[in-house]
Design a protein around this ligand. Structure first.
Ligand code: GEK
Length: 255
């Protein structure tokens, strides 16, 4: 049995002071289980990435997966597209994630061009790309840092390129938000998390994961220059957007 199948029990015992959440060795070991049981729609979103790429990616283009964790988006793309269709670069801040992603991708898709690097998406020198995947990563940056990253991604995208942005969101209306959060906790309970695990994880993520509203995301994408963005997926307080860079926008090197 591979260690990818470890069950997430990080918050299953009472901790006197719950530490801030971090992507360390402990989280990496149970990450596939944790994200599947904690993010509504995670598998469906991954499943759609290949179909979105098949429609929107220029053949042979470069794809970034930012905050790639264990490279799940890369695996999803390689599962749908042939090796000649794209070149993949995964980037993650966590060395433990990067090491595991490199091993997994080398073993699972040896014929595809897949690279994973340790890096900070706030300071990366971006190469041009036809598609950029930000799957539940922007939410971990401080709110005031998010505009600059989305601006950079717009610049890095080739004309005709797409950004897929998946995020935990909050509803602007307080009552609606409370309802979504309560049902989200029901979802986690139904997936085997105890009340204590739910409440301790919530404390650990306070000030680490600060969600924006859907309107906030759309406004940021418009400010960065994207001509169009659609919310193509929502399940409770989790959503995925696709943003399009006009085919006649200036190429990255001319911008
Ligand atoms: C998936 N996309 O499985 N630069 C690079 N990586 C970062 C940064 C940063 N500044 N901040 C956080 N990360 C994945 C899931 S998980 C989402 C993404 C979750 C990384 C962090 O190390 C972690 O691996 C990832 O972003 C967020 O489709 O755990 O809810």
């Amino acid at each position: 049995m591979s260690d990818a199948s470890y069950r997430d029990a990080i918050f299953s015992t009472p901790l006197d002071r719950v530490a801030r959440f971090s992507f360390d060795e402990k989280v990496v070991a149970c990450f596939p289980d944790m994200i599947r049981r904690s993010v509504p729609g995670y598998g469906q979103i991954l499943g759609m990435l290949g179909l979105i790429a098949a429609r929107h990616l220029r053949h042979g283009a470069h794809v970034y997966d930012l905050g790639c964790s264990l490279g799940a988006a890369g695996l999803a793309l390689a599962g749908t597209l042939p090796p000649s269709a794209f070149r993949y670069t995964g980037v993650d801040l966590s060395p433990a994630m990067v090491t595991r992603a490199q091993k997994t991708l080398a073993a699972e898709c040896p014929d595809h061009a897949m690279e994973v690097h340790e890096g900070d998406i706030r300071t990366l020198a971006y190469d041009p790309a036809g598609m950029i995947v930000l799957n539940f990563t922007l939410q971990f940056l401080a709110p005031e840092e998010r505009d600059a990253v989305i601006d950079q991604l717009f610049q890095a995208l080739e004309p005709g390129g797409v950004l897929v942005l998946s995020e935990k969101i909050k509803a602007a209306d307080e009552q609606e938000n409370a309802w979504l959060v309560e049902r989200y906790h029901d979802f986690k309970r139904a997936n085997g998390y105890s009340d204590m695990e739910i409440s301790q994880k919530r404390t650990a993520l306070e000030n680490v994961l600060v969600p924006d509203t859907l309107a906030g995301h759309h406004e940021r994408l418009t400010r960065a220059g994207f001509s169009r963005a659609h919310t193509w997926y929502q399940f409770l307080n989790f959503a995925s957007l696709i943003a399009f860079k006009d085919a006649d926008a200036l190429a990255p090197q001319e911008a």
